[in-house]
Design a protein around this ligand. Structure first.
Ligand SMILES: COC(=O)COc1cccc(COC(=O)c2cn[nH]c2)c1
Length: 242
């Protein structure tokens, strides 16, 4: 998989040289390229923004500079991803879908945003898909943090990136659509708190049931919206008694 990130703050993406994503790049599992948008400016001041039509505070990022950059980066087609407070929520399902694609391009907005014609234009370009996505209902100063989140959420799903693929199965927002159960390790007693007995029993069926029940209780308490989203056969008869 190839991921391009276009930003006026390329150094913001430096953490992607570390840890899992860094290893994936070294192992050739992920071809990640970070570009400085100003490389495509033509004026002496390397200008990427201008005042908004219709007035209002702040500046808007110019369509011509973004167009020159994205024409080059998207030359072979790809999925243009634009982080924005007004985008569709980024979910684990979305990350799983994106992990199966060949080429992602993340366009990091700053100021008041990117001229709306950029996304509009690339929706008409054959071989290019455009998705505006949100991390949540809050506003950041730019798309770089969202780019870091997206790259990590997708890269960790690529085959060979995470040491033990089994650890990807039982996760919050996993296939079952529930939050993850609580986890414990040694010592068995700490700060006057004991690990739940069932986990020391070695009785795997009971442990599995306890974990499922805990996941259901947590999800119902913290994310009732997820419980409602579970389809009818997402909950068995026992589940409904928890
Ligand atoms: C068409 O899209 C754009 O113009 C994007 O422009 C901007 C402008 C400012 C900040 C951001 C970053 O995204 C968020 O703040 C964000 C994403 N998720 N939750 C908050 C993006």
């Amino acid at each position: 998989m190839r991921i391009d990130v276009v930003t006026i703050f390329p150094e913001y993406l430096a953490p992607l040289d570390l840890s899992l994503v860094g290893k994936a790049r070294t192992a050739g599992l992920l071809d990640l390229r970070v570009h400085d948008l100003r490389a495509w400016t033509t004026d002496r001041h390397r200008t990427v923004d201008d005042t908004p039509f219709g007035g209002g505070a702040g500046m808007v990022m110019r369509p011509d500079v973004w167009g020159t950059a994205l024409d080059e980066v998207l030359a072979g087609g790809g999925h243009l991803l634009v982080p924005t407070p007004s985008g569709a929520p980024l979910t684990q399902r979305t990350a799983e879908r994106l992990a199966g694609e060949e080429h992602l391009v993340v366009a990091c907005g700053r100021y008041e945003g990117i001229d709306a014609r950029v996304a509009e234009h690339y929706r008409t370009v054959p071989g290019v898909q455009v998705s505006e996505f949100s991390l949540g209902d809050y506003v950041l100063n730019g798309g770089e943090v969202a780019a870091l989140v997206l790259v990590e959420a997708v890269a960790r799903l690529l085959p060979g990136v995470v040491g033990n693929p089994a650890s990807l199965v039982e996760e919050s927002h996993g296939a079952a659509g529930l939050l993850e159960y609580p986890v414990y390790t040694k010592p068995p007693s700490w700060a006057g708190l004991d690990v739940p007995e069932v986990l020391l029993s070695g009785h795997h069926a009971r442990i599995e049931r306890w974990r499922r029940d805990e996941a259901l209780v947590r999800t119902a308490a913290r994310r009732p919206d997820l419980v409602r989203a579970l389809d009818a056969d997402g909950l068995d008869a026992h589940d409904r008694t928890v």
